[in-house]
Design a protein around this ligand. Structure first.
Ligand code: FES
Ligand code: FE2
Length: 422
């Protein structure tokens, strides 16, 4: 380990040895750590802003956050994507209070200054009262210095020096590419999100999305209930409490996957409709690749974007002990109604606010945070599969479904980001 990593107090919170990978509980606790995470992670790297379908038309906008900074993403009248702080250049009022919409301009609710969807200052009420020579050129909305997109996923960064988006995505690009192919030659359109919040640290949710160790335990009663009624969502999670098959992957960039090695089948689709969709994929990509495309996978793009087969989830940190989660059903443009209805159903019944899985997980996260308040123990362990995972050239690590391989990748990147060079 280099000197930079050994000298930082944050580096010491992630302790990797041959037979143990542990994280200090202090890393989940307290406003100071949270502030450092905002500064060193959320304002330094690429953060997902929105999907291109959410701002498809000129004048479309969406409000979001990068870390705790409010941000507006727009499609300008000229068609380009813009992103800027959602703060009026006059005296800082929240400029846009809508979650999404379409507008010719943003008018500040406080004193009526207006701005184009490109962020440029448009008008000042009673402008004559300003001094002669008043400089308006620096009164535009403050833009994010970097915006880039990959596969319709739009990212932004407050760091002008951030690496290119494709470099940042690294090994996760392969999984995004596979996910895109599920659209069977069409493109995706995001539906309005489900939202939920919990009184716990954002990293509990980030670690959970590719955790294949927990479903057979935390979600046991949910699986049993579903099986009892209609057998839908019958999949590998029902057959074994701790999975040895399937894969987990961790990448040097901090991203990680959970892959079942089999499709996640849900009920409600006419077998003929399902077969036609599968045939379409096979015609486009060949039978072997189509099978891989249909394989259940979910992955985290460090630090807070989650991509499920049918869903995008954004983990939004609010405070060290408060997190909000936005869960967007992903529709396929032009697909059979049953395919899209089933994707919507997946959000409603499985991974959305009232989904059978989310509520179980949230309960665990809140319990975790509550236990941390006690400050009664110092370390948690993420060592499962540590000496058994395969390390591939380039740094990809591959474990089985229930290994903590992706969580370790997350924390290695967390340690690196929290330990800046100067
Ligand atoms: S703060 Fe926006 S117009 Fe005054
Ligand atoms: Fe879960």
């Amino acid at each position: 380990m280099n000197a930079r990593l050994t000298s930082s107090p944050f580096a010491a919170m992630v302790d990797e040895q041959l037979n143990e990978f542990r994280v200090a509980t202090a890393a989940y606790r307290g406003p100071e750590i949270f502030e450092e995470e905002m500064r060193n992670i959320f304002y330094k790297t690429w953060i997902y802003l929105c999907h291109e379908s959410e701002i498809a038309e000129p004048g479309d906008f969406k409000s979001t956050q990068v870390g705790t900074r409010p941000v507006i993403v727009t499609r300008g009248r000229e068609g380009a994507v813009h992103a800027f702080l959602n703060a009026c250049a006059h005296r800082g009022a929240t400029l846009c209070r809508e979650e999404k919409g379409n507008t010719r301009s943003f008018v500040c609710p406080y004193h009526g200054w207006s701005f184009r969807t490109s962020g440029e200052l448009l008008g000042i009420p009673d402008e004559a009262r300003y001094p002669a020579g008043f400089d308006k050129s620096d009164k535009n909305l403050k833009p994010l210095p970097r915006i880039a997109s990959y596969g319709g996923l739009i990212f932004g960064s407050f760091n002008p020096e951030v690496e290119d988006l494709e470099v940042f995505l690294g090994g996760a690009r392969r999984h995004i590419d596979i996910w895109l192919k599920r659209a069977a030659g069409s493109c995706y359109r995001l539906a309005t999100s489900h939202k939920y919040g919990f009184n716990g640290n954002w990293k509990f949710q980030a670690e959970n999305v590719h955790d294949g160790y927990h479903p057979g335990f935390v979600h046991k009663s949910a699986f049993n209930t579903v099986r009892k009624f209609d057998g839908s969502f019958e999949n590998r999670e029902l057959r074994a409490s701790v999975r040895q098959q399937g894969y987990t992957r961790g990448y040097p960039e901090g991203h990680g996957t959970l892959e079942a090695g089999a499709p996640l089948e849900s009920g409600g689709i006419d077998p003929e409709v399902r077969q036609a969709y599968h045939d379409q994929l096979a015609a486009l990509y060949g039978a072997e690749e189509a099978a891989e495309i249909l394989t259940n996978r979910q992955f985290l793009i460090f630090p807070n974007l989650v991509i499920f087969d049918f869903n995008i989830r954004v983990v939004q940190p609010i405070a060290h002990d408060r997190t909000e989660v936005y869960s967007y059903p992903v529709m396929i443009e032009g697909a059979h109604d049953q395919i899209n209805a089933n994707r919507m159903l997946d959000a409603q019944t499985r991974v959305g606010t009232a989904g059978i899985l989310s509520v179980d997980d949230i309960d665990v996260f809140a319990g975790n945070q509550n236990a941390l308040k006690a400050e009664g123990f110092e370390w948690i362990t993420l060592s499962r599969g540590l000496d058994k995972e395969e390390v591939r050239p380039g740094g990809e690590r591959v474990g089985v479904y229930s290994d903590e391989t992706p969580q370790r990748a997350f924390w290695r990147m967390w340690r690196s980001k929290m330990t800046p060079a100067c």
